[in-house]
Design a protein around this ligand. Structure first.
Ligand SMILES: *Cc1c(COP(=O)(O)O)cnc(C)c1O
Length: 370
């Protein structure tokens, strides 16, 4: 165990691959393609056009995006999408939008939607402190759209099945996009703030079916209108040049690693290693109520004796763990296992948990778990 090395389990902005960081750092000083810093080039330059094209091509290739979908680079974070979506697809509609309430971010999306029209929360796990993904719901056939969150970053639950419906499906994939294969054609609009698996903060990725975008009939302010981004190649105004460049480097890295299918195996192995320890170790338990809802990206867990959590946190931090404190309103621990986090880091965290338990649990109190 190398105690000096940091292991970044932060939930977002999160760890990026070492090679991406050094390439981006070089480009800040001098980007060879232009002979200037990436921070001082024109977004209209031929060189940056090349970056935009490659970034879009990588998104299309890595996620197998069908031809009739647009790939857009926006700003405002995933949170801006909470209002942009109902502003386009709910405003002026007689229909209600159907929302799945599976956690903190879903709730924020619902709050914004209420500003624009009728909202129907068709299922919620709020009463169960969002410890599971709501199930057993039906999407009304006349809904304007169905909105869900694929991975609940704070609560540590993840959707592995998406409903079959004729209603347009919109999904917030901020914290698990590019972590596993998805069937893009099952969704009408996918969005993701970049800082959890795509790149640094400052860019928001939107993948949307063109016919869905074309269904908007009322005027929308230009900067909040998906069609304006589409028709201007995401350059209606100055795009976040450095964020897009670094995201492109990160997607290149992912492609070189074998793409989404291959990273999905690694992500599964990392999550398994940590959940196995949580289940085995007498001091800890997993926060998600059902194993089938457990997130592979954000592993949330607690100690049976919550009074000890501060002590374990300090111990883990002393040993190089960064960002494992649970979200401020939730408490406990959250280890985020995004694409760039090495398996080795999970091993070190697991070792910390083992050694801590051996140090503090009297042998007589250890109950056999198998
Ligand atoms: C982080 C996160 C958000 C908020 O993203 P911002 O880019 O900070 O606006 C929304 N939804 C999910 C699922 C997230 O993980």
């Amino acid at each position: 165990m190398n105690f000096m090395q940091k292991h970044n389990f932060g939930a977002g902005p999160c760890i990026l691959p070492e090679s991406v960081l050094s390439r981006a750092a070089e480009a800040v000083k001098r980007w060879d393609d232009a002979g200037l810093s990436i921070l001082e080039i024109s977004h209209r330059s031929a060189q940056f056009e090349g970056v935009m094209q490659e970034a879009e091509a990588l998104v299309r290739e890595l996620l197998n995006v069908p031809e009739d979908y647009s790939v857009l680079f926006l700003q405002g974070g995933a949170s801006m999408q909470f209002c942009m979506i109902p502003m386009s697809f709910l405003q002026n509609s007689e229909k209600a939008a159907a929302y799945l309430d599976g956690g903190y971010f879903g709730q924020k999306a619902i709050k914004e939607a209420h500003l624009f029209g009728k909202v129907n929360v068709i299922a919620s796990s709020k009463e169960r402190a969002y410890a599971d993904i709501p199930c057993d719901y039906t999407i009304p056939e006349d809904a304007a759209y169905f909105h869900c969150t694929s991975n609940n970053t704070i609560e540590g639950t993840e959707m592995f099945d998406f409903p079959e419906t004729k209603v347009p499906v919109i999904c917030d994939m901020s914290s698990d996009i590019f972590s596993r294969e998805i069937a893009v054609d099952k969704f009408d609009l996918i969005y993701a703030g970049a800082q959890k698996n795509t790149g640094p903060a400052g860019m928001t990725l939107v993948i949307a079916k063109n016919s869905f975008l074309n269904s908007v009939k009322h005027p929308v302010p230009s900067m909040l209108d998906y069609r304006v981004y589409r028709d201007n190649g995401s350059m209606y105004n100055t795009p976040p040049v450095f964020a897009i460049y670094t995201a492109m480097l990160n997607l290149r890295w992912l492609k070189d690693k074998g793409g989404v299918k291959s990273i999905a195996w690694e992500n599964r192995a990392k999550a398994q290693l940590l959940y196995d320890e949580i289940d085995r170790n007498p001091l800890f338990y997993g926060s998600a109520a059902k194993w089938e809802d457990r997130s592979l990206m954000n592993v949330t867990f607690r100690m049976h004796d919550q009074a000890k959590e501060g002590d374990f946190l300090a111990y883990a931090e002393k040993n190089g763990m960064v960002g494992i404190r649970g979200y401020r309103t939730v408490g406990g621990f959250r280890a985020s296992l995004y694409n760039a986090l090495p398996y080795e880091s999970v091993k070190v965290l697991v070792d910390c948990m083992k050694v801590y338990a051996e140090k503090t649990v009297p042998y007589a109190d250890v109950k056999p778990t198998y």
